[in-house]
Design a protein around this ligand. Structure first.
Ligand SMILES: *[C@@H]1O[C@H](CO)[C@@H](O)[C@H](O)[C@H]1NC(C)=O
Ligand SMILES: *[C@@H]1O[C@H](CO)[C@@H](O)[C@H](O)[C@H]1NC(C)=O
Ligand SMILES: *[C@@H]1O[C@H](CO)[C@@H](O)[C@H](O)[C@H]1NC(C)=O
Ligand SMILES: *[C@@H]1O[C@H](CO)[C@@H](O)[C@H](O)[C@H]1NC(C)=O
Length: 511
């Protein structure tokens, strides 16, 4: 099987991305860059999907005129950056009330706010203000006046970078503190996934602006050859293997079966029918990518209780998928088993008439641009260790795709130059402090994160059974003890950062 472009950039995910249409079907995007992005579909769409279980949090929505380019003195037009703010529990500047800042990632900020219950839930006990600034080029925070203009070409998109986003947060919080006469109030950063990367990087780049960062499921090492490029798909595969070897083997076998059927006369029509696809498949790759997305998202959202973060899913959804795959009677075909399994992901509600593999209707997605410029995360699959087809990381073909799609060339070594590569951990140890890297080992992104303590204050909090930034989600009655424990360790560390900060302040005052 050829190496499809989609495999190269899996899902940072976050989340949801392509939710689509009234049916709420989750569609992979054209180049299969399944991750993120694409919230043009308006917050309406995902508030339906994402918020039905999520509690609503109270905040004011504000806008801040942000500089388009923090790194040049060209006189460029500014743009309105949206931020959500709640000061209800804040004890105010005179008591040095802390400020909890969530580093917005690649999507509508309201959606991240409603899926980051942890920050809202702990703010009262700290007397903290909560602020969720939106990442530029996502949601309502559009430069150049509109999404259409912002996403027009490589020139208009060129201000969509992690560095600019972090600078936005630094400038915003500095001015907000000035406005509130809150200069001395300590800022604690939070973030999940790409937002977690931003939180960790911001702590490093602007150590004077925050006192610490909780970076949940942040694959800061998923660049160049810092971790093997097979890592992501190996973890996805192991998540299936640990549930059931036969399930793993069925999936592994299925790619060849799909290819074989696809090649015979009328084969694509047959696959279309077997998988209940709305429109006849144009290629086998379309189907494979659609399956690949589902397995990858299932691994990310392999939460111990039912969620509808990405899609409405049962608790431990991979167990459920494998139960379906394995429970068909002897003699059932591989494709029938795969169809039953995949339906747990794409049709858990039982309300989907047919599966729509069409491109995500929004066209350009911000994450696709980011993945074509600086967020170059090499991905590969090794047939010995993974259940996916074998493919190699192919920078040349990525480059061609990016030139074609955006007229831009990826810079695979930029992030490691800007934020740290092979020496990341030793630099962190020597120059950093107060960062929590939290991860659940079921999450395929965990392999690219920091999984062991770097120093006394840069610590890894790992849960074996956690998935993608589970710790940041709101508490539920079903939370297992290991999750409660992870969260209470986070709270304890944050308290220690604050105590230390207050002690230093006191010492200065009494001098
Ligand atoms: C991109 O679009 C802008 C705004 O329409 C235009 O001024 C600029 O020349 C375009 N740049 C390229 C490289 O096409
Ligand atoms: C600070 O105050 C100025 C003047 O009232 C206002 O224009 C600006 O938006 C405020 N900035 C923030 C971040 O609140
Ligand atoms: C979704 O599930 C329902 C209920 O099991 C079923 O009737 C329907 O055919 C399924 N949709 C697809 C596309 O398979
Ligand atoms: C695949 O993994 C096996 C076992 O770890 C290893 O021996 C082999 O070299 C790998 N193949 C490639 C192409 O990396």
């Amino acid at each position: 099987m050829s190496t499809p472009w989609p495999f190269l950039y899996p899902v940072l995910i976050l989340i949801i991305s392509f939710l689509c249409q009234a049916s709420g079907i989750h569609l992979p995007s054209k180049n299969g860059a399944h991750y993120l992005g694409n919230f043009k579909s308006s917050s309406k769409t995902f508030s339906l999907v994402a918020n039905s279980r999520a509690p609503k949090y109270q905040y004011e929505t504000k806008y801040f005129q942000q500089k388009l380019d923090h790194f040049s003195f060209a006189d460029l037009p500014s743009f309105p950056q949206r931020y959500l703010i709640n000061t209800q529990h804040w004890v105010g500047p005179s008591r040095l009330g802390p400020i909890f800042l969530y580093c917005g990632n690649e999507g509508d900020i309201e959606w991240f706010a409603s899926n980051t219950g942890f920050v809202w839930e702990i703010a009262p006990r700290f007397g903290a203000m909560v602020i969720f600034p939106e990442h530029r080029y996502y949601g309502e925070s559009m430069p150049h006046g509109s999404k259409e203009e912002a996403y027009k070409n490589a020139t208009t998109l060129s201000y969509l970078t992690a560095e600019q986003a972090i600078a936005d947060y630094a400038v915003l919080i500095t001015e907000l503190k000035r406005n509130l006469s809150a200069h001395a109030c300590p800022v604690v950063l939070f973030g999940g996934s790409y937002g977690g990367m931003l939180a960790a990087w911001m702590r490093l780049k602007y150590p004077h602006i925050s006192i610490g960062a909780l970076a949940s499921s942040a694959p800061v090492l998923q660049f160049e050859d810092l971790v093997p490029s097979e890592t992501f798909y190996n973890i996805v595969s192991n998540d299936f293997r640990r549930e059931s070897i036969s399930c793993f083997n069925t999936i592994k076998e299925s790619w060849d079966v799909i290819n074989k059927v696809g090649q015979i006369n009328g084969g694509l029509a047959q696959l279309t029918k077997t998988f209940h696809i709305c429109r006849e498949l144009e290629s086998v790759d379309d189907l494979s990518n659609w399956l690949d997305s589902a397995y990858s998202y299932l691994a990310m959202a392999n939460y111990p209780y039912p969620t509808d973060f990405l899609m409405p899913l049962p608790g431990s959804p991979i167990k459920e998928v494998c139960r379906k795959v394995d429970s068909l009677p002897d003699g059932s075909s591989v494709l029938q088993r795969i169809f039953e399994g995949i339906s747990v992901y794409y049709n858990y509600t039982g309300k989907v008439d047919c599966f729509n593999l069409d491109d995500d209707p929004h066209g350009m997605s911000g994450w696709d641009w980011q993945a074509c410029t600086e967020m170059i995360m090499p991905m590969a699959s090794n047939r010995t260790t993974s259940m996916f087809p074998e493919f190699r990381y192919d920078p040349k073909s990525d480059e061609e795709q990016c030139l074609k799609e955006f007229n831009v060339k990826p810079r695979p070594t930029w992030i490691t130059t800007e934020f740290g590569g092979h020496a990341f951990k030793s630099a962190l140890k020597a120059f950093g402090s107060n960062i929590i890297f939290s991860n659940g080992l079921l999450d395929p992104w965990s392999g690219g994160s920091v999984l062991e303590d770097v120093s006394e204050t840069i610590v890894a909090l790992i849960t074996e059974k956690g998935a993608h930034h589970l710790d940041l989600r709101a508490a539920t009655a079903e939370d297992p003890d290991w999750l409660l424990d992870q969260r209470s360790r986070e709270i304890k560390l944050i308290s220690e950062w604050l105590d230390e900060y207050y002690d230093e302040k006191k010492a200065t005052f009494s001098m």
